[in-house]
Write a protein that binds this ligand. Structure first.
Ligand SMILES: Cc1ncc(COP(=O)(O)O)c(C=O)c1O
Length: 485
């Protein structure tokens, strides 16, 4: 094979990087095909064989010597080096150095991103599948964003002004009360660590988003459960939890909570705020599902009912647009904003400018309203298909009907182990997340979280039929301690 104009035979002394790369690839293949210690053809032969000049050959040879694929012996030639085997030193010392894990793995957070096989059914993923994502509009928006003159400059510390204003309008906040974050997970991480020193109690309305629990644990905080019912967190138990722990922070999802889909009842909003005011505590309101009402508008964020700076609201664009558009906001009032902004800056300075501009293009462009409509309609249709299939296939399981969000909290028949069911379901090609990840302490975890974000309506009946098979095969698995090996 002959390469390149500048590296051709007869142009000794001239070369270009592209032809060196190609010759190096060719030499690598030659070396791979030979035994260790075999001699490579001479430089002159290689020049002729590959149709390149001596400088190109020498540079390519030098590169392979650096990589360790060849060795040169002055006066004797170039030889195939001993092949490196992956180095497997003893890394057991790390177990001692690392000690106990503060997060016990990732707490199942990786499951949010989906893991069903190509032919499987995805009832686990918490993000939209490709059919609902705005991929082509995102590509166009990102192209425009990276071409802006200031695209690669650092943005203002609190975020690009237009984006702060937009988030502010969604929540009912002044732009000065908005800090742009790397989506909701980044906001949660900054907020928990900014508000509480390690070792502090943090109240969670449970069951709760397992990613928030993982953040709390990794920050050395102590999650304390506060039970919920179909109307959200139970005020009398919340009051008791504050009194018992002197906690200074409550994590709450008042709107279409993950995993239950519950909405904090209108008459509980004031009660919850009064209790937090009395306790001198903050509420981190995770408003991740603002645009995920099932064909209806979501209730206003709790932020609107508070003017004394108790509520810190988290917004995100990932659920409505795409998981990789990692743009969100922390909305806060009072001195706490300085604390949050400082923590964010220490973490990773800022959200990249091209991503912020892509977000602006998306939310202010003509397709935004259509995207919100399309997603909320699709989620309604999918959830209806899911509840119908569950009622038909699993009458011995129970659940509340969600009116928004992406998830449903399925109570398994008594005595059925959630992990055993999830493992069996995975073998049958259905991905679900066991309930244990969403609870704290002694709370009953024999539930599954089922999500409709990542599965088409047409696949739901088959997925649920397979899931039913897994549930029935796992009957009594808690009592028997069954393990699906
Ligand atoms: C309740 C809740 N909060 C936050 C997140 C994190 O979302 P983001 O992609 O915006 O970081 C998720 C993701 O599943 C979630 O369910």
């Amino acid at each position: 094979m002959k390469y390149s104009s500048t590296g051709r035979t007869g142009t000794a002394g001239r070369t270009d990087t592209g032809s060196v790369e190609k010759v190096a690839d060719e030499l690598r293949a030659l070396a791979d095909a030979r035994a260790v210690g075999a001699r490579l053809p001479s430089t002159r032969e290689l020049q002729q064989r590959l149709g390149v000049g001596p400088v190109t050959v020498q540079r390519a040879l030098a590169r392979l010597v650096t990589e360790g694929a060849l060795v040169t012996r002055p006066g004797a030639g170039t030889f195939v080096a001993a092949r490196r085997t992956p180095r497997v030193g003893d890394t057991d010392w790390q177990q001692v150095a690392l000690g106990a894990s503060p997060v016990a793995g990732s707490g199942g957070v990786e499951l949010v991103l989906g893991r069903a096989s190509v032919h499987g059914f995805e009832l686990g993923a918490g993000y939209l599948d490709a059919s609902l994502r705005a991929d082509s509009r995102l590509a166009a928006a990102a192209t425009r964003a990276v071409r802006r003159p200031d695209a690669w400059a650092a943005p203002p510390a609190m975020g690009v002004a237009e984006l702060r204003s937009w988030f502010g309008r969604q929540v009912g906040a002044d732009p000065s009360e908005v800090l742009i974050t790397p989506a909701a997970q980044g906001a949660l991480s900054a907020a928990f660590r900014a508000l509480l020193p390690a070792g502090s109690p943090l109240l969670f309305a449970v069951p709760t988003y397992h990613g928030a629990l993982a953040v709390a644990r990794s920050a050395g905080l102590v999650p304390v459960p506060v039970p919920t019912d179909a109307d959200g967190v139970r005020p009398e138990l919340l009051e008791r939890a504050f009194a018992a722990t002197s906690a200074r922070l409550l994590f709450l999802q008042p709107t279409y909570a993950n995993p239950t889909g519950a909405v904090l009842a209108h008459d509980r909003r004031r009660a919850v705020l009064d209790i937090c005011e009395k306790a001198g505590a903050f509420i981190v309101e995770d408003d991740f599902s603002r645009w995920l009402g099932h064909g209806q508008l979501a209730p206003p964020p709790l932020w609107r009912d508070d003017d004394a700076g108790h509520v810190i609201t988290i917004c995100s664009l990932t659920k409505i647009l795409a998981p990789s558009l990692r743009v969100g906001a922390l909305v806060a009032r009072g001195p706490v904003m300085n604390r949050l902004a400082a923590m964010r800056q220490v973490d990773d300075f800022f959200v990249p400018t091209p991503l912020q501009h892509t977000a602006i293009e998306m939310v202010t462009g003509p397709g935004w309203a259509a995207q919100v409509r399309a997603v909320s309609t699709a989620l309604r249709v999918r959830m209806a298909a899911l509840t119908a299939a569950l009622a038909a296939e699993l009458p011995d399981c129970s659940f509340e009907n969600p009116h928004g969000g992406i998830s449903l909290w399925l109570r398994l028949p008594r005595g059925t182990d959630d992990q055993v069911v999830a493992t069996r379901a995975a073998r049958l090609g259905v991905s679900v997340i066991p309930g244990r990840y969403f609870v704290v302490g002694e709370q009953d975890s024999s539930h599954l979280r089922l999500c409709v974000a990542g599965i088409g309506e047409q696949d739901i009946p088959t997925a649920v039929a397979l899931l039913a098979e897994a549930v029935h095969a796992s009957a009594g698995s808690i009592e028997t301690g069954a393990l699906v090996g």
